[in-house]
Write a protein that binds this ligand. Structure first.
Ligand SMILES: [Cu+2]
Length: 322
């Protein structure tokens, strides 16, 4: 992006940053499309493309699990969740001593008037979606805090192990734009970092197997189809959860950029759940699907690399660049 375009992007400010993924997704359309010119011509993408020359099939890319690709931004938009303060709103944790024990985690969102925000729009049945993921992306929780009249949110939370976590508050302040603010939490104790789980199109949770079809393509609205099976049989009686048959959160490996993923409106209760995700860059993403069946919400997790439009995974350059 040249300087003028970059300034233009800043000028439209909120719309780009907060609504960018959806906006571009709509412009490009849900059906497979060519990489937009501004993306295709971006030096990082051109470089990534050049680096994929002679690249083998996807499975070889997935072989390494983590580090399957370089993280190169496809456009100038700032992904959500990377900032604790944005657009005049600040995520303010009130609970500072975080432990592995069950706790009542409290926070406020401070608004442009420096006071806790008390007015929120309802989105997906809730005023506040609170996501907590370990920084190594091996743990994920999606919970819904309750707000006191003074704007203090609280939620029962147990961090499963010691280490660093990222907490995301995903909300729409009354009269404002959709925002996702993020803050780090640190659970004391003996910390054993785990590598990013290997790239896989299959995830299991309890008796359920979920398959992932579709590729994440930087700068494009990418169709992802998740198919839920139980004991080898397709599940056709998924229960609506928060107004949809599934909710998908995508976090970028490396910085935990938070992706807004939009479900396709569907009256069909499975086995397929369709989403449109737009990733801002190449690199690996961790996808977390929440779905409800037999009155229980479960989470299926996948590691997926963002690919170029032809399905190739750009290489980080450590295995075959010469
Ligand atoms: Cu939620």
């Amino acid at each position: 992006m040249n300087t003028a375009a970059r300034l233009g992007a800043y000028a439209v400010g909120l719309a780009v940053v907060f609504g960018g993924a959806l906006g571009l997704g709509r412009a490009v359309g849900p059906t497979p499309a060519e990489v937009p010119a501004h993306v295709a011509n971006h030096p990082a993408v051109a470089l990534a493309k050049a680096m994929t020359e002679g690249r083998g099939d996807e499975s070889s890319a997935g072989h390494g699990g983590h580090h399957s690709g370089a993280t190169q931004q496809a456009n100038g938009d700032t992904p959500a969740g990377l900032q604790v303060s944005q657009g005049g709103y600040t995520l303010n944790p009130l609970t500072t001593a975080v432990t592995g024990q069950p706790m009542d985690f409290k926070f406020t969102v401070i608004g442009p008037d420096y006071k806790p925000v008390t007015g929120y729009e309802v989105e997906h049945d809730k005023k506040m979606h609170f996501i907590v993921a370990s920084r190594d992306l091996t743990s994920f929780q999606h919970v819904h805090p309750e707000m006191a009249p003074d704007g203090t949110w609280s939620v029962k939370l147990t961090l499963p192990k010691a280490g660093a976590y990222r907490a995301f508050a995903d909300f729409v302040p009354k009269g404002g734009e959709k925002l996702t603010l993020g803050v780090d939490l640190h659970a004391a104790g003996d910390f054993q970092p785990e590598p990013l789980p290997h790239v896989s199109r299959t995830a299991t949770v309890d008796d359920y197997t979920v398959n992932l079809a579709g590729n994440l393509v930087p700068g494009q609205s990418s169709k992802l189809t998740l198919t839920v099976n139980k004991g080898g049989e397709p599940v056709t009686d998924l229960q609506p959860y928060l107004g949809a048959y599934g909710h998908l959160v995508a976090l970028r490996a490396g910085d935990l950029a938070y992706l807004h993923v939009h479900p396709e409106d569907s009256k069909k209760a499975g086995p397929e759940i369709v989403f449109y995700a737009e990733v801002p860059s190449t690199g690996d993403y961790r996808l977390f699907l929440d779905f409800q069946h037999d009155d229980k919400v479960r989470t299926a997790s996948f590691t997926a690399p963002a690919t170029l439009a032809d399905g190739h995974v750009p290489s980080a350059g450590h295995d075959h660049t010469h």
